[in-house]
Design a protein around this ligand. Structure first.
Ligand SMILES: Cc1ncc(COP(=O)(O)O)c(C=O)c1O
Length: 287
């Protein structure tokens, strides 16, 4: 696997940074994850826009313009020997220079950010998961109040997601103050009375690129939908529950905390949205 580090392409195992990098010491950085199908990045402009939003959120200047990012990402994609990829992009606040305090919370001045990217084979939902759906557990959302920043400091998400893994499930659905926020690594949609419900974008969720596309497709194809706060009771009495993300796409959650969701199988709207999503993806990839 070929990685990219601060302007250079090199084998992943040879990519090295200082132990004083702010990403390592403080988790002071942000990231993006772009799915790539047949060597074509999917919704790259949207990912780069969100990357800019995350950089703005942590007050770190973007080291590259959109065209520069695009060029570097396409080169990284070309250099892999597999076609379907998941490209990971990370930008940290860099390494303090000689003479600067090696570890100080305050931003170091005049230090270039560290830019690291690598690609790994894309692991999407399996056919079995798509057909049967997956189970999820719930947990209180105990993360910070700036979940709209795609920060590399993911410890709360890791601990939350592990609760699902420990229960033999795919995802942890988070609830904050009695309302649905999102999954530990996904957005969550609810279907109720034939209407697709999505929690509104805010500082309490990461607005997924997949989330946006699902709502775009719902609007374009006349699927009734509403963006509004969703109560815990509505989550627990949902006819359908979905998790969405760039790698898992649309996956039906068929059991929540051990209780079947709706009929306990992927519902008709999930199947319809998955079909719309696959059609859209193939159209974009052919273009
Ligand atoms: C916390 C969180 N919310 C939502 C998402 C979904 O975002 P996207 O659809 O852009 O992959 C992710 C993806 O990793 C995530 O980590």
């Amino acid at each position: 696997m070929i990685a990219y580090l601060n302007g250079q392409f090199l084998p992943l195992a040879e990519a090295k940074i200082s132990v004083l990098d702010r990403g390592f010491v403080f988790g002071d950085g942000i990231y993006e994850l772009v799915p790539v199908y047949s060597r074509k990045p999917f919704r790259l402009d949207e990912h780069l826009r969100r990357l800019q939003g995350s950089l703005d959120g942590i007050r770190l200047a973007n080291p590259h313009g959109v065209a520069e990012w695009r060029e570097r990402i396409l080169k990284l994609i070309e250099r892999q020997d597999f076609a379907d990829q998941s490209v990971y992009i990370q930008v940290t606040r860099g390494t303090p220079a000689e003479g600067q305090p090696p570890r100080d919370h305050a931003f170091p001045q005049g230090v270039p950010p560290t830019v690291f990217m690598f690609a790994q084979p894309l692991v999407t939902a399996t056919a079995g998961q798509k057909a049967a759906g997956v189970c999820a557990v719930t947990a209180p959302d105990n993360r910070w109040q700036r979940c709209n920043i795609k920060a590399i400091s993911l410890l709360p998400n890791i601990l939350l997601r592990q609760q699902a893994v420990d229960a033999g499930c795919a995802e942890t659905v988070m609830l904050r103050d009695g309302f649905l926020s999102e999954g530990a690594a996904s957005n969550i949609f609810v279907v109720k009375d034939g209407v697709l419900l999505a929690p509104p974008p805010s500082n309490l969720i990461l607005t997924g690129i997949t989330y946006d596309l699902v709502l775009e497709l719902a609007a374009a194809h006349g699927m009734p939908h509403e963006v509004r706060a969703i109560s815990e009771a509505e989550v627990r009495s949902a006819a359908e529950l979905w998790m969405t993300s760039s790698t898992k796409e649309i996956m039906a959650i068929v059991k929540l905390d051990g209780v079947p969701v709706g009929a306990g199988v992927p519902g008709p709207l999930a199947q319809r949205m998955d079909a719309l999503y696959q059609t859209f993806k193939h159209q974009v990839m052919r273009a």
